[in-house]
Design a protein around this ligand. Structure first.
Ligand SMILES: Cc1cc2nc3c(=O)[nH]c(=O)nc-3n(C[C@H](O)[C@H](O)[C@H](O)COP(=O)(O)O)c2cc1C
Length: 206
């Protein structure tokens, strides 16, 4: 309930121990995987030059994303003043990461071996579905250890460049999400406002 996308409260000045990251990966690997094939792989970047280069790419892609009316987080009308205030707070947070991604002490890319763009829905959902639950489990494990994360995909607007910078062969590997990882400034986070369960459940059919 309290694992939020953390951006403004990432402590850029504190290193994250490799052993702690290993523990988070161990938790991630308990997630489900299609045909029990263990496709999930992690690229964990601590090198300052690679992080800075990725930060520049993220900044450039974020600037493009800001122009996508209806998709940019700050262009979405949630329909009430209260919800729009929450949306605005998240926008300020996302904009901040747009400018500071490269300062996070660690970047983690969750990947799967394989590509499925030309395959049937079954192949696509199986491939991505073998990565995304593990990444979320990584993030929950990180939260338990005082670390903050923020799910991002924006740099994948330039997938090839993402692969070049992070040294990932994206012609044969699918990147599911990339997160900054850092200790959080303070550890208290609150549940976010979300729809009522009854508004999203379709009992016995859509
Ligand atoms: C598929 C997906 C892509 C996302 N991409 C980005 C991103 O590129 N940059 C970013 O700052 N947040 C990104 N987010 C995080 C969302 O903005 C965040 O989950 C949402 O605003 C809810 O905030 P909360 O998780 O703190 O409640 C992404 C989330 C998902 C699920």
């Amino acid at each position: 309930m309290t694992t939020r996308g953390v951006r403004k409260r990432l402590d850029f000045n504190r290193a994250v121990e490799r052993e702690v990251l290993r523990e988070c990966v161990a938790t991630a690997l308990q997630a489900p995987s299609g045909s029990n094939q263990w496709a999930l792989q992690f690229v964990i970047v601590t090198d300052p030059e690679i992080r800075a280069e990725f930060g520049e790419l993220y900044r450039r892609c974020y600037e493009r994303y800001r122009g996508f009316d209806g998709a940019y987080i700050g262009s979405i009308d949630k329909g009430s003043e209260e919800l729009n205030r929450q949306q605005h707070r998240t926008t300020v947070s996302a904009d901040y990461l747009g400018a500071h991604m490269g300062q996070a002490p660690v970047l983690v890319a969750a990947c799967a071996v394989g590509r499925a763009e030309d395959g049937p829905a079954f192949a696509k959902t199986s491939l991505l579905g073998s990565v995304l639950p593990g990444m979320w489990q990584f993030m929950l494990a990180a939260r338990l250890r005082g670390l903050g994360t923020a799910w991002t995909t924006i740099s994948l607007m330039e997938e090839e460049r993402t692969g070049e910078i992070l040294r990932i062969p994206v012609d044969e590997v699918t990147v599911g999400a990339i997160t900054p990882v850092a200790y959080t400034i303070g550890t208290e986070f609150k549940p976010a406002r979300r729809p009522d369960p009854d508004d999203v459940i379709h009992w016995n059919g859509w």
